[in-house]
Design a protein around this ligand. Structure first.
Ligand code: M6R
Length: 617
């Protein structure tokens, strides 16, 4: 969602700030702005729409400034207009502030400030925070201006309810940026005589790989020479740890690909290898997942598993449910994270909770984690972003090691999450019912998956031509059974989010219970029907659609040519163990949605209204 970039150093700040914002574009935004400190004054630029609009406005003046803060805004309070874009100024016009998160009590604070004569120029909650901080600054008699700014930010934040990641600067306090976080990520980048502040490390990795991931309640003061971290909460001491970013600037670039999404689809053979590396034990015929932080005895006591996540992560968890129940026979439930947090799910000491999240920052998933911990559950993360809040707050877990995923539509992280679910099912399976022969077969089959994905990717031209044929469909249905039902859900989600075609995913047999009423020539159905135990059942459902003149695209196993008789288009995937088929069947669906979106002229990497990381409820 919103993004923050701050810079203080010897270089021109505006190119660094604009480039940082560009690297955060994938998170989703609808306006952008920046504030630059120069010669005792602050220049503020704010523009609705793309960062390009802001760049033009800044370049018209080309102001000098070696300190600045910038922001991409995803509208919550107030429309995406120039006026509502950040930074916002206080009443004096000297304090500038950018903010991610939501100030829940902003209206009460705004009314009070208005009574005191404050004038507001936007509809945002953020402007209230700027005015509040400015009020404390102006009222302070602290002689040291840096301390005065820090304290005023501290005072203001102590009055607000809600979540925040903020960056603040003041015209009278040269050489200082103050940042703080509660519920919205913030990272400090350390350079030589220059420091960076960002909501996402991708914004600053081109300049430094030495970073400090701030924790909730941390308040940081940046100067050219260094940083100080304090706590907003007097009950707790801030803990600072300098980390090395494990990816480079190039990993977060498109390279030769037209879109990040396409690049990430093609990265899947490698990202799955990364997820499996060092985690398969051929001697014991099992998986090794040390990050779970659980002894064999503790693992054996687990008699119920709950997975929570949102969107694609939820679909991966659905696959996980099938895997664990089949291989380990442990009752497994999946809960939308947003529902789990408000439900009173019965649990006991032998229940193990997993939260699944690419970003590790999704607010609902984080809340599910906190709720589970509040109830005394052991809660583990299946996370991509190693420095994320979920990774840090969970009791342990498994990193999926997929590398940065920039496309808003999750692709490689789905298959990596499913790979991890497979490892979990093998681990739990081997301490319960799974034989060593079956464990070894799983290892062999898993290791063969990346190559099989490579062969599917070679069919991109065919999938593109199918996509072009259906690009203007009224809608699309996705059908699958058993472990491929979640794949149908995932295929529909991909189609909706990047092509804006209404699509829905269903268990194939549900067709007759209502969905079939929709079937007509303008509404294609995509059947995920590999050659497995339910193949014949899927074929019957395809016949039902055909009988009503609904076009059918099938994703099936190589060699299953009889399906061509009853379908309009077929995409073949290599044969694999049925339980691993989601790792293959999802690939054509990702490519199908990509090429449909392309044919419809949609902005594949930055679909409208969406944000990569959903940090508001
Ligand atoms: O970062 P997370 O995995 O927690 O994100 C969860 C969902 O917001 C995410 O999967 C979303 O549904 C994607 N845009 C799907 O492509």
């Amino acid at each position: 969602m919103c993004g923050i970039v701050g810079y203080i150093g010897k270089r021109q700040a505006s190119p660094i700030l604009l480039d940082g914002l560009r690297r955060l574009e994938y998170r989703g935004y609808d306006s952008a702005g920046l504030a630059l400190w120069s010669d005792g004054g602050i220049n503020v630029f704010r523009k609705a729409g793309r960062i390009e609009n802001l760049r033009k406005a800044v370049n018209e003046i080309s102001p000098f400034g070696d300190l600045g803060i910038s922001h991409t805004r995803w509208a919550t309070h107030g429309a995406p207009t120039d006026e509502n874009a950040h930074p916002h100024l206080d009443q004096s016009g000297k304090l500038a502030l950018v903010h991610n998160g939501v100030i829940e009590n902003y209206q009460i604070l705004k009314d009070q400030l208005k009574q005191d004569g404050h004038e507001f120029h936007s509809e945002t909650d953020t402007e209230v925070l700027a005015h509040l901080a400015g009020t404390f600054y102006d009222a302070s008699d602290e002689a040291d201006l840096k301390t005065r700014l820090v304290k005023s930010v501290q005072e203001a934040l102590s009055r607000v309810k809600g979540t925040f990641g903020v960056a603040v600067m003041h015209a009278d306090v040269p050489g200082v940026i103050v940042g703080a976080r509660l519920g919205s990520p913030l990272v400090v980048g350390l350079g030589k005589d220059e420091q960076f502040l960002a909501s996402d490390v991708a914004a600053i990795v081109a300049h430094t790989r030495d970073v400090i991931y701030l924790n909730d309640y941390d308040l940081v003061t940046l100067t050219r020479q260094g940083y100080e971290v304090a706590s907003l909460d007097s009950q707790r001491t801030a803990r600072v740890q300098v980390s090395k970013v494990d990816f480079t600037e190039d990993d977060a670039e498109k390279g030769a690909f037209e879109h990040f999404m396409l690049k990430e689809i093609y990265e899947q053979p490698q990202s799955i290898r990364n997820a499996l590396r060092g985690r398969l034990n051929r001697d014991e015929c099992t998986a090794v997942l040390g990050g779970l932080n659980m002894s064999p005895m503790e693992l054996r006591q687990i008699d119920r598993i709950i997975f929570s996540g949102c969107g694609t992560a939820y679909h991966a968890a659905m696959v996980g449910e099938y895997l664990i129940e089949s291989l380990a026979r442990i009752p497994t439930e999946i809960e939308f994270a947003s529902e789990f947090r408000y439900r009173n799910v019965p649990t006991d000491k032998n229940t193990l909770q997993f939260v699944v999240s690419q970003s590790g920052e999704t607010i609902d998933t984080l809340a599910a984690l906190r709720e589970a911990k509040r109830k005394g559950l052991r809660c583990l993360g299946i996370v991509n972003n190693v420095a994320s809040t979920i990774a840090r707050e969970s009791d342990g877990g498994v990193y999926i090691h997929a590398g940065p995923e920039i496309g808003v539509a999750a692709t490689k992280t789905f298959t990596s999450q499913v790979a991890i679910m497979t490892l979990l099912s093998m681990l739990f399976g081997r301490i319960h019912h799974l034989s060593s022969t079956d464990g070894l077969e799983m290892i062999d089959e898993l290791e063969a998956i990346p190559e099989k994905i490579e062969s599917i990717l070679k069919q991109a031209p065919l999938i593109k031509s199918i996509a072009e044929k259906y690009a203007h469909a009224e809608g699309m249905l996705f059908m699958g059974r058993q472990i491929n039902y979640p794949v149908a859900m995932e295929g529909a989600l991909k189609m909706k989010e990047i092509s804006y075609i209404y699509a829905s995913g269903h268990p194939s047999a549900e067709l007759k219970h209502g969905i079939i009423a929709l079937v007509k020539p303008e509404l294609p159905s995509v059947f995920i029907a590999p050659d497995d135990a339910v193949y014949d059942k899927n074929v019957s459902n395809i016949e039902e659609v055909r009988a009503r003149k609904g076009p059918v695209i099938a994703v099936t196993t190589e060699g299953t040519h009889d399906i061509e008789r009853i379908t309009d288009d077929v995409i073949y995937v290599p044969r694999c163990k049925s339980i691993l088929s989601p790792l293959l069947t999802v690939i054509p669906l990702q490519l199908l949605s990509y090429y449909v979106a392309l044919a419809r002229g949609c902005d594949v990497d930055k679909p409208r209204n969406l944000a990569k990381s959903v940090t508001v409820e």
